[in-house]
Design a protein around this ligand. Structure first.
Ligand SMILES: [Cu+2]
Length: 345
C-alpha cells in the first residue's frame, strides 16, 4: 500500500502566465520523491520548483518534429530508432515515426484530416523489433485498427486504408506492438490525430483560434532519465504490472516548460500520453484555482461546455479545454498543475 501514497502526492504539470504576455508552464511535482527512488537527480528540472520553469514549451509548426501534417494523400510512414534531446543538450535514444509530404519531412507528425476523408498509409518497420500503429479513438474496421495481433516484424510492412468516420475531435495514434506497447510508446511512438469538421471550424472561427498559436495540442508525459539524461525504462515485476512512473513531467516533450501568453482565450488539446500516471489538472494562480471550460473529450466536442476548476485525465484520455489567460495580470504566472489526490477514494 506504500505505492499508493506515491500516486497521491503528485502535484503538477504547471503553466504559465505573465502579462501582456503571460506564460504557461507545465510541471509535475512528485513531492515525495519516493516514486523516483531517491533525491531528485536532474537539477535544474526539479518539477516542484517553480523557478526552474525556464524551457520554452515546444509548439508544433508546419514540419519537423510533431509538425502539423494536413493529410493530402497516401502516406509512407516508417518507424525508426533515432535520438532526441529531451533534456536540453542531452541526446536520448528515441523512437520516431518518419514521413514526408510535399517535400517536407516530419517526425511523429500531428496528422490532421477531414471527417469523412479516406486515410491511406503504409507502415514500414525499420526498428529491430516488432511494431504496429493503433489509431486511438477512431472507428476503423478490425484489420485497420492496429490490433497487437497485426504486429509486423523488423522489415515488415502494413497497409492502412480506411474512411475517417469519426466527427471532429482530438484523437491520437500510438504503437500497439504485442507486449511492447508500453515501452515503445514511452520511447516516442505516439502523436496526435486531429479530425476536422464544420463544428471544429465554426468553433475556431468564433474564438479566433489558430492551431499551433492559440489552439495548442499538449501531450503530458512523465519520464525517468539516467545520469546522462537518457530515457530510463526498467520496470520491476511490480512496476510492469502497476505501470512505470516518471519523476519529470514533460509537456510536448519539454521538461519544466513555460509559454508566454496574451490575455485571451486559448484552446488546449490535452492528451495524457503517460504510461500509468493519472493527473488531476488545475490552472492555478498563487494558490487560487482558475476557471477553465471543458469543450471536448475523447469523443469530440461535448453537447454543452462545462466550466470547472479541475479535471482528471487518465492515460490515453483527451480533454479539449478553453482557458482565458486574461485571468492573470501582466507579469503574473499561471501554473497548469496536477493536484494531489487519493487514488483509492
Ligand atoms: Cu490507445
Amino acid at each position: 500500500m506504500l505505492q499508493r501514497r506515491q500516486l497521491l502526492e503528485f502535484g503538477g504539470v504547471a503553466a504559465v502566465a505573465a502579462a501582456g504576455g503571460a506564460a504557461w508552464m507545465y510541471y509535475g511535482s512528485p513531492r515525495s520523491n519516493a516514486l523516483a527512488g531517491g533525491p531528485f537527480r536532474h537539477y535544474p528540472f526539479d518539477p516542484v520548483a517553480a523557478a526552474n520553469f525556464q524551457q520554452k514549451l515546444f509548439i508544433p509548426v508546419g514540419s519537423g518534429p510533431f509538425g502539423v501534417l494536413d493529410v493530402a494523400g497516401p502516406l509512407k510512414i516508417r518507424t525508426v530508432a533515432a535520438s532526441f534531446p529531451l533534456l536540453p543538450g542531452r541526446e536520448s535514444p528515441f523512437l520516431l515515426y518518419q514521413t514526408e509530404q510535399a517535400g517536407k519531412a516530419y517526425q511523429n507528425p500531428i496528422l490532421r484530416i477531414e471527417s469523412g476523408a479516406r486515410f491511406t498509409a503504409s507502415l514500414d518497420n525499420a526498428l529491430a523489433e516488432p511494431t504496429i500503429i493503433h489509431w486511438h479513438g477512431l472507428h476503423t474496421p478490425a484489420a485497420m485498427d492496429g490490433h497487437p495481433a497485426s504486429t509486423i516484424g523488423p522489415g515488415g510492412r502494413y497497409e492502412y486504408d480506411f474512411k475517417v468516420s469519426n466527427r471532429g475531435g482530438t484523437y491520437w495514434y500510438h504503437t500497439h506492438a504485442h507486449e511492447l506497447t508500453a515501452e515503445q510508446a514511452y520511447h516516442g511512438l505516439a502523436s496526435f490525430f486531429l479530425v476536422d469538421d464544420d463544428d471544429q471550424r465554426r468553433l475556431a472561427k468564433a474564438l479566433d483560434l489558430q492551431l499551433g498559436v492559440t489552439d495548442l495540442p499538449l501531450v503530458i508525459q512523465d519520464k525517468q532519465f539516467d545520469a546522462q539524461g537518457k530515457l530510463l525504462y526498467k520496470p520491476s515485476a511490480h512496476e510492469a504490472m502497476m505501470g512505470w512512473l516518471g519523476d519529470i513531467v514533460l509537456a510536448n516533450l519539454t521538461p519544466n516548460a513555460v509559454q508566454a501568453v496574451t490575455p485571451r482565450t486559448y484552446r488546449l488539446r490535452l492528451l495524457n500520453g503517460s504510461n500509468a500516471r493519472i493527473y488531476r489538472l488545475a490552472f492555478v494562480k498563487g494558490s487560487t484555482p482558475l476557471d477553465f471550460t471543458v469543450i471536448g473529450t475523447d469523443g469530440g466536442l461535448i453537447e454543452r461546455p462545462e466550466t470547472v476548476t479541475e479535471a482528471f485525465l487518465a492515460p490515453g484520455e483527451r480533454l479539449d479545454v478553453l482557458f482565458d489567460a486574461g485571468q492573470a495580470q501582466p507579469g503574473e504566472d499561471i501554473f497548469l498543475r496536477s493536484l494531489a489526490f487519493d487514488a483509492m477514494e
